[in-house]
Design a protein around this ligand. Sequence first.
Ligand SMILES: *[C@@H]1O[C@H](CO)[C@@H](O)[C@H](O)[C@H]1NC(C)=O
Ligand SMILES: *[C@@H]1O[C@H](CO)[C@@H](O)[C@H](O)[C@H]1NC(C)=O
Ligand SMILES: *[C@@H]1O[C@H](CO)[C@@H](O)[C@H](O)[C@H]1NC(C)=O
Ligand SMILES: *[C@@H]1O[C@H](CO)[C@@H](O)[C@H](O)[C@H]1NC(C)=O
Ligand SMILES: *[C@@H]1O[C@H](CO)[C@@H](O)[C@H](O)[C@H]1NC(C)=O
Length: 449
Amino acid sequence: MLGVLLHANALRCIIIFIVVFSPYVAANGNGGELRPIGGIVDYLSSNGKEEKIAMEMAMEDICAYAPLHCGVTLSFMNSGNDPLKAASSAKELIQSKNVSAIVGLDRWEEANFVAALGNTSEVPILSLANNIPLSTLMQWPFLVNMARSPHIQMKAVAAIVQSWQWRKVTVIYEDTISSVNGIFPYLIEALNEVDVVIDYYLPLQAVPPYSIQEKLRDLQSRQSRVFIVHTSSNLAANIFMEAKRMKMMKKEFVWITTDSITNSIDSLNSSTIFAMQGVLGVKGFSPFHSQVRYKEFSKRFKARFRSKYPTKKYLEPGNYALNAYDAVYTTVLAIEGKPNPRSLSNNLNNNTAVHGGQKLLARILESKFMGLNGEVNLKGGTLSPSSIFQIVNVIGRSYLLLGYWSEGLGFSVKIDNGSSYCYFVVYDDQAYSTTLDIVLCNEVKHRIR
Ligand SMILES: *[C@@H]1O[C@H](CO)[C@@H](O)[C@H](O)[C@H]1NC(C)=O
Ligand SMILES: *[C@@H]1O[C@H](CO)[C@@H](O)[C@H](O)[C@H]1NC(C)=O
Ligand SMILES: *[C@@H]1O[C@H](CO)[C@@H](O)[C@H](O)[C@H]1NC(C)=O
Ligand SMILES: *[C@@H]1O[C@H](CO)[C@@H](O)[C@H](O)[C@H]1NC(C)=O
Ligand SMILES: *[C@@H]1O[C@H](CO)[C@@H](O)[C@H](O)[C@H]1NC(C)=O
C-alpha cells in the first residue's frame, strides 16, 4: 500500500517536473542559449522604481502565457539620473552581458547619449522618454521611442485660452533642451493657430540658484495674466508655493499646467495642493485604463509596489510603468519572432529567434499588437501620440474633472460616443475658483460647486 502511494507521488513529481521544466527545454531548443536583454532605469526616482517592477512583471507574464519566451533574461542597471552614467551602464550591458536590446532610459537626455552607442553596436534602444524630437529618431535608426508623445496637448492648452478669449499668455518652463526642442514648437504653433500671442517666456532652472520670488515679481508687472506652466512637478510645487505667498493665486491670474505637472498632482503634499487651488490642468488620459486587463495588472502592481516600498504613497501605475511593460513585451516577442502575435500561447513558431542587430530592429519596428497601454505599432520608430486629454481644476485636497479634450473633436463633458462636443467656459466669482460653471452644448448651465 505504502509502496503504491510512494509510486503515485513519484509519478506526480515527474509530471510536475515535465510541466515546469519543459518550457526551458523548448526555449533552449529554439536558438540554443539564453538571450539577455538590458533594462536601464533610475533606481531612486519614483518612475524608475515603477518601471523596474513593471518590466519584471512583463517577463513573468510572458513566461506564464508563452513558455517559449522564457529563454530571454533581463538584467538591470542604474541610470543614476545622469546621461553619462546611463551611457556607461549601457556600455557595460552591451559588452559584458552581451544584451541584444536595451529598454528604459525615460529621459530624453539619457536616451540621446545611449542612442549613439546603440547605433554603433547595432543594439536597439527602446526609450521610455515621451519628449524625443522626431529629428533625434531620424538621426539614430536604432533608437525606438516606446512612449506616446503628449505634444498634441498643446492644442488643448491653446483651446482653453481661446475659449476664454484671451490674447496674450506667459509661458513658464523648465530650461532643458528637451522642453525647448520637444514641446515648444507645438505650443507656439497651437497658440498661433488661435491668434494667441506669447507675451513673455520665463525659463527656470530645476534647482534654483536664483529666487523664484524675484522672477515672479517680474511677471506681476506685465500685462499678461495667463500663465502656462510646463515644468517638472518638483519645480512647479516651488513655483506655486511662492506664487501663493505673493498673492498671485487669485482671481486676476490664471494658471494652466501641462501634463508633466497635472499627472503628478496626487503625489504632491497637501500644502502644495492648497497653494494650487484654482489651477487648470491638462492631464494625460488613456481609454485603456477601463479595461479588465489593465485593472488586473494595476492590482498586482500596487500590491508588489507596496510590499517593496511600504512607506511610499499607494498609487496607480503611471504611464512610464505601463510603457515599460509593453516595451519588454515588444522586445521579447521580436527576439522570438512574433512581433504580430495572434496568440501568445502558440508555441508552433515558424520564425526563429534572432539575437540582435538589423534583424531584431526590423522585427521591433514591425510590432503590431495590443499592449497594456494601447496599441503597440512602431512604424516610424515611435508609438502614435496621445490624442485625448482630461481638463481638470485643482479644488480641495485634489482636483475635479471638468471634461475632456480630444484631437479633432475638441471639448466634451464625457468621452463616450453619446456626448456632444462643444466649448466649455470656466469662470469664477469673487474668490478664485470657489465657483465654476460649465456651459454645456445645450446651453444648460451646470453648476459644479
Ligand atoms: C553574444 O551573443 C551572441 C548571440 O547570442 C553569441 O553568438 C556570442 O557568442 C555572444 N558573445 C559573447 C562574448 O558571449
Ligand atoms: C547609425 O547607424 C547607421 C547604420 O546602422 C548609419 O548609417 C548612420 O550613419 C549612423 N548614424 C550616425 C549619426 O552615426
Ligand atoms: C511640501 O512640498 C513643498 C514643495 O516641494 C515643500 O516646500 C514643503 O516644505 C512641503 N511641505 C511639507 C509639509 O512637507
Ligand atoms: C515558414 O514561413 C515561411 C514564410 O515566411 C514559409 O515559406 C514556410 O513554409 C513556413 N514554414 C512552416 C514550417 O510553416
Ligand atoms: C463609436 O463611434 C464610432 C464612430 O462613429 C463607431 O465606429 C463605434 O462603433 C461607436 N462605438 C460605440 C460603442 O457606440
